[in-house]
Design a protein around this ligand. Sequence first.
Ligand code: HEM
Length: 460
Amino acid sequence: MTTIRPDGERGISTLDQGRSANATRLYGTTPPGGRDGLWRRLRERHGPIAPVELEPGVFAWILLDYHDNLTALQQPHLFSRDTRRWKEAVEGRVDLGKTLPMMSWLPNALFADGEEHIRLRAPIMDGIGGIDMPSMAWSVRHIADELVDSFVIRGEADLIEEFAAVLPVLVLNRLFGLPDGYGRMLGDLTTSVFGENAGRAEEAVERMQQYFAGLVARKTEHPGTDLVTRMLEHRSGLSPSEVAYTAALIISAGHMPTTHLIGNTMRTLLTDEHIRSTHTDARLSTHDLLDHVMWTDTPFQVLAGRIALQDMRIGTAHIRSGDALFIGIDAAHQDPNVRSGHPDPDTGLASGRRAHLVFGAGPHSCPARSLGRLVAATGVSVLQERLGGLRLAVPPEELCSVNSPFLRGLHRLPVSFTPGRPSDPPSDRIRQREQVPALAEEEEPPEDLLGRLLRWWRGL
Ligand code: HEM
């Protein structure tokens, strides 16, 4: 039951009071075991909402209850996604150009409300809705097989770096109709943008901007049947610059969550004997396994903030108009009111239910959940089929979590397995079924911005 109500009485705690010692830091090193215990402790101490510090001196609320999180996602008239309304930015304590990427502002669908959101989202929805999913499934399978081919004879691999981090970006890059070399470069750039080396991150941000500007310029010059061309021609009338920001959003929204969904699912299979056996016995399908992991080891633990559009009370907290509220996905999934449901009689798990918040809800909910699920399910299945005797190469307690308040996943997932053989070259039948024509590496990239960027990357 929701605890959000209009503010008719004096609240007990405000964010300003949170500025004192009350707020919990979300920045800094992620504890090795993730943040599980943190949400429980916050709930015990504060109730359904707690003050947090996002970066030194920057405060927000985090919602902990499932139903409050759902309400905040579904009620844009109360909770805006436009960070320019954030009191910290309006009052000059935060520079939106320099703050956390999830709280900055860009001219894309993620940061827009109302009619503007509809205009910016429509080309994404129509573009993704136009994907021929059966052909895409063949394509994803083929890319996954090629990635496994590159390490299968070694008998050991890092399933994050060599597989989970690469598969989604190669798939997304094919939506843009570009050869895989560009996708590998893009994967490197996004990994550096989200990495911990500030110098490399800054350069990567600049190169990413060049990438998308170059992509839009090339598609304007040479239209194709790809997603960027379709967005350029869409009736919403996006400008070339808006298309570039939208293409960048598609990559940044799609890459890392899919990577960590694959990584966290493989970690679960490799460390949880009960899950592995129910899955192997076919009592838990791959899609139900993904849902179980999305409940218990969610790739998004916290979602970017919403801005309160009016004063309100949540629990005992007094929310002021202009306060930022973070969506606590992982905390919501541990809400005792939703986790105490009846377990599945076959598996003993609270799985198979799709009401988790991993794909969001309301107007900004993920427009590509089927594609994300397809890539993750195919990736997990291919790894299981192709890597016999798969096991962790390090003790589970040595697996290191990524350092992010938002994402939950692993830096590396070192495994060993029985060395195998590369798969046969794809048959013509498979090639024909792929949505995009043969995508062999271009020998000589064209002399445009994108081509020059690829040459720079190959030279590194
Ligand atoms: C397992 C993989 C994925 C997960 C868990 C995921 C999750 C999410 C979530 C939670 C949101 C809502 C954000 C918010 O409300 O603030 C979102 C939005 C979005 N996602 Fe996904 N996503 C996944 C895959 C993808 C893929 C593959 C793509 C691209 C093809 C994509 C494109 C987007 C876009 C463009 C938005 C913004 C929509 C808007 O603001 O209207 N996502 N995603």
